[in-house]
Design a protein around this ligand. Sequence first.
Ligand code: 5GP
Ligand code: MN
Ligand code: MN
Length: 316
Amino acid sequence: MLRGAASVTVLSHINPDADTIGSALALALALERAGTPVRVSFPAPHQLPRSLRLLPGRHLLCPPEEVPADSEVAVAVDCSSSDRLGELAGVLDAAGTALVVDHHSTNTGFGDAAVVDPHAQSTTVIVERILRAWGAPVDADIAKCLYAGLVTDTGGLRRADTTSLRMTADLLETGFDGPELLRGLMDSHPFAWLPMLGTVLGRARLDPEAVGGRGMVHTAIHVEDARGVEWEEVESVIDIVRTSEEAEVAVVLKERASSAAAPRTRWSVSLRSRGSVDVAAVARSLGGGGHRAAAGYSAAGTHDDVLVELRAALGG
Ligand code: 5GP
Ligand code: MN
Ligand code: MN
């Protein structure tokens, strides 16, 4: 379908991460090299996170309002459901063919055709397979995009399986500087991240028996804590909170800016588990989704309301 398409639009999820943008740019660069008109977009706010500005292919990005209305094929990458596309969900409906490439166990089965593999450790693993099947050459720029998704979704290769490690080796052979890209993606923060962390980690609490006799660690990040830092800095906090060894489940409540139309406090909630609890199922029961060990959902109400609802969903 991609090879024969007259034009293609590739769509990434809201609050984009390196896997959704890496997948989209790798696919788009390969299509561009093959002479196919292609655009990449993601929902508002259309501001690429600082770390993702390190990736090649950004000339193919356009804001939602400039997405061509008449693409023959639209591809959603790293999206478990069409609501992850925000206002761009209609682009998928309007396209001649809607393709879905994803690795979430909670994928809802949307789209006309889909490649969904919950065993793939990143969506870029599936994109690499598609490019190989197509016979599209993977040059250093495309490899960088694929690597970005793989190293970040595996926690800097900490959780990498043998398929991921073999693919990492193949990608590095194209000649780009992997450690430098990884440092930029995962180990670089503005100074303002440190005082934000101090405040937010100081507020962390451990409920020692919240999850079937095992612990739950949780904290919250308020809008005022995060002044002067980008959203991706807020997203990185869960990776520190989750290291608490007493906790089976780690939770970070991230407050969203409120509006006059929606005055209740709104949150994006990040869940992580050490493996015995399927947080994807918990997130799905609360309207979200994700993977067994990493998932998320949106909630509204006070900090306490959200924790009470979550404890009930965890069965604690
Ligand atoms: P994070 O905690 O890093 O925001 O997200 C962890 C995982 O949960 C990601 O794989 C992401 O796709 C998924 N996720 C986070 N928030 C939502 C949500 O609101 N809806 C759905 N369907 N998935 C989410
Ligand atoms: Mn993602
Ligand atoms: Mn992913």
